[in-house]
Design a protein around this ligand. Structure first.
Ligand SMILES: Cc1cc2nc3c(=O)[nH]c(=O)nc-3n(C[C@H](O)[C@H](O)[C@H](O)COP(=O)(O)O)c2cc1C
Length: 374
């Protein structure tokens, strides 16, 4: 038995699973859209936010409703195939965590191909290649946004991954390395010819990092460059109106929302409501506390007691989002057991809203330094 098999079997013995195809529930609905052979229940997708959009958060979001495709955090292709524990943890999923794609990155084409095959063999239904990450460490190894700099190399890579697996392969990329080398329209066209099933385009260049505004004209140019496949617009959408505006201006088929889903986990439900001609439902105060509690409880299914520690980074966020008084927010940062957590939740139910600070928008750290608006 190989190390990888041993690790995988160890993970499979727990309640969640790496077998992504089990109980797949990609049911057609009036608002569904398709990516290759995949029928997705909504055109509003979750953009990966490494460290935030983990299994528990995805499951809590899906329970709220309206979410189409979710994508895992970026996973190092070499480490995945090598069976590294952290990579296997990142791809852990659950029958209720559908539809899901796994995002892989590497500067080594062979490793990306191997990882795509590995994922297909283990039942995952979609592979997404990261060509947008701006982090120097990843770009230095030839991965992430660095791939935007060599179109031939990127196309060869995409061709090989597409040829290696039967599941739909997608690419998430930026407009280009910098504003003097905008590449996404040309790359999108070539990727479509190479067999990619969809493209997600974050409307910034690598040089921008997360600064400045999203260039809707750049997204539009990418949309117009392809003939059949859906282009998923991405960047700075945090309201229903923002999503509608992006679709109207760019013509994109779908939208991926990252930080906006942290700011408002009900955004997908609201967007679905609008698509179905209903009034978008705002969460009640109780629903908001329920979301916090559910997020943590789902984390404990995966991480057990370690969740108390892992949840700390969300304390400030929920504190501001729910108007949790400062003393309770501080307790959310320090609790060490489930009974303690439950006691805090009971108090939050009684006292939330006591703090009237506006919802902070800069609580999600972005790679490569601060940003103006978030
Ligand atoms: C903390 C953080 C982590 C991110 N991790 C990933 C990642 O793992 N893979 C990826 O393709 N993009 C990643 N992104 C980029 C987002 O998916 C998205 O493209 C970007 O945040 C713009 O969309 P938004 O304004 O809706 O968040 C990350 C962004 C942030 C802020």
């Amino acid at each position: 038995m190989t190390g990888v098999q041993t690790e995988v079997e160890e993970h499979e013995s727990r309640e969640f699973t790496t077998q992504a195809s089990l109980n797949s529930d990609e049911t057609p609905s009036p608002v569904s859209f398709t990516i290759g052979s995949r029928q997705l229940p909504s055109r509003y997708c979750l953009a990966p936010l490494a460290g935030y959009t983990h299994l528990a958060f995805r499951r809590a979001l899906r329970e709220v409703g309206g979410l189409g495709l979710a994508t895992t955090d970026l996973v190092h292709a070499t480490q995945l195939v090598g069976g590294h524990r952290h990579s296997l943890e990142l791809i852990e999923t659950h029958p209720h965590d559908r539809p899901l794609s796994v995002q892989i990155f590497s500067g080594n084409n062979d490793h990306l191909v191997d990882a795509a095959r590995w994922l297909e063999t283990h039942g995952y239904e979609g592979v997404d290649i990261n060509m947008g990450c701006p982090m120097a460490k990843i770009n230095g190894q030839g991965g992430g946004a660095r791939l935007l700099c060599d179109a031939d190399h990127a196309c060869r890579l995409v061709e090989r991954v597409v040829a290696a697996v039967a599941v739909p392969v997608t690419v998430k990329m930026r407009l280009g390395w910098d504003r003097d080398s905008i590449a996404s329209p040309m790359l999108a066209k070539r990727f479509e010819a190479a067999g990619v099933a969809a493209i997600t385009i974050h409307g910034r260049t690598r040089q921008q990092g997360f600064q400045g505004g999203v260039d809707l004209a750049g997204i539009q140019a990418t949309v117009e460059a392809v003939s059949q496949i859906p282009v998923i617009g991405n960047g700075d959408v945090r309201t229903v109106e923002g999503a509608q505006h992006m679709r109207r201006v760019t013509g994109c088929a779908a939208i991926a929302i990252g930080r906006g889903a942290m700011l408002d986990p009900w955004i997908f439900r609201k967007l679905q409501d609008v698509e179905l001609g209903r009034t978008p439902r705002e969460p009640t105060p109780d629903e908001q506390v329920d979301f916090l509690a559910r997020h943590f409880l789902l984390m404990t299914e995966q991480h057990g007691e370690r969740s108390c520690l892992l949840f700390r980074k969300f304390a400030a966020w929920y504190g501001a989002r729910l108007g949790v008084p400062e003393d309770l927010e501080q307790r959310l940062r320090l609790f060490t057991s489930l009974p303690e957590f439950e006691a805090i939740i009971a108090e939050i139910r009684q006292r939330h809203g006591e703090r009237r600070t506006p919802i902070a928008t800069a609580l999600i750290k972005v790679p490569n330094g601060p940003v103006e608006r978030w």
